[in-house]
Write a protein that binds this ligand. Structure first.
Ligand code: IDP
Ligand code: MG
Length: 151
């Protein structure tokens, strides 16, 4: 369905390394539609909620520190199969396992500095979008290129 949505976020290392435009570009040029975007410095509490499912992992504390150490660029992207395709655009969790051509494969080395986040399912995307954005921040618009992307 062309109205599937995913939550993508540039992490602090991606922001510090000047990769915000590069990451947006890859989703934009694929044909996905930008629905929401902001620039925020999130609290540890907010990030603990975002990564709730990982709270028992040994790296959880370090992950929350890293994610709250600097600005983030949370975004919502929409399009057919955008959740799965978004994960392919990002690469594997560990940049070492990520193929060239993916964001993590092209720009990262270590799992704890993997540049970007992407929802892993349609369900978790809904939860993450609601955690990071108010409904009024999700814009309703139709790109003029739509009939040149979808048949
Ligand atoms: P994902 O971001 O590819 O969905 P998850 O397993 O959901 O991967 O893990 C969330 C984030 O936690 C990863 O993107 C990475 O930043 C961090 N992380 C995952 N595994 C490790 C690890 O073994 N050491 C340090 N950080 C990790
Ligand atoms: Mg995940």
């Amino acid at each position: 369905m062309a109205d599937e949505r995913t939550f993508i976020m540039v992490k602090p290392d991606g922001v510090h390394r000047g990769l915000v435009g590069e990451i947006i570009k890859r989703f934009e040029q694929k044909g996905f539609k930008l629905v929401a975007l902001k620039f925020v410095h999130a609290s540890e509490d907010h990030l603990k909620k975002h990564y709730e499912a990982l709270s028992s992992k040994p790296f959880f504390g370090g992950l929350v520190k890293y994610m709250s150490s600097g600005p983030l660029v949370p975004m919502v992207w929409e399009g057919k199969n955008v959740v799965k395709t978004g994960r392919i655009i990002l690469g594997e969790t560990n940049p070492f396992d990520s193929k060239p051509g993916t964001i993590r494969g092209d720009f990262g080395i270590e799992v704890g500095r993997n540049i970007c986040h992407g929802s892993d399912s349609v369900e978790s995307a809904k939860i993450e979008v609601a955690l990071w954005f108010h409904d009024a921040e999700l814009l309703n618009w139709t790109p003029v290129a739509t009939p040149w992307i979808y048949e």
